[in-house]
Design a protein around this ligand. Structure first.
Ligand code: TYC
Length: 104
């Protein structure tokens, strides 16, 4: 797709850089706390993010040591759905695990 515009002499000129539609992406972030069991966090990462067991352990330990980690980057709707799933499942299991999203 090539964009055009009229110049001051009313001539059509081609814009050198066509605009491309680039939807904003969102980071899904997992936060550390002192109470959620490590195994539960690993389970969450496998269940809702399709992450392998070994990688899930690594990510969980990163959150445990550093306080937070980005789990993935998604479109707004997918990121929101992941956050809601994690929060609902954690509440259901009475864990205080926090998951949030942030524009990239
Ligand atoms: N810090 C927790 C513990 O020692 C484990 C944990 C890891 C909790 C990651 C939340 O997102 C988290 N049991």
């Amino acid at each position: 797709m090539t964009d055009t515009k009229l110049n001051t002499d009313n001539e059509t000129v081609t814009l050198s850089k066509p605009k491309t539609a680039k939807p904003p992406m969102y980071k899904v972030i997992l936060l550390n706390d002192d109470f959620t069991p490590m195994e539960f966090v690993v389970h969450i990462l496998e269940k809702f993010f399709g992450i392998t067991h070994d990688l899930a352990i690594n990510i969980m330990l990163t959150v445990h040591q550093k306080g937070l980690a980005v789990i993935g980057v998604f479109s707004h709707d997918v990121a929101e759905s992941k956050v809601n799933q994690v929060m609902a499942y954690s509440r259901k299991n009475q864990h205080p695990l926090q998951c949030t999203m942030e524009k990239e």
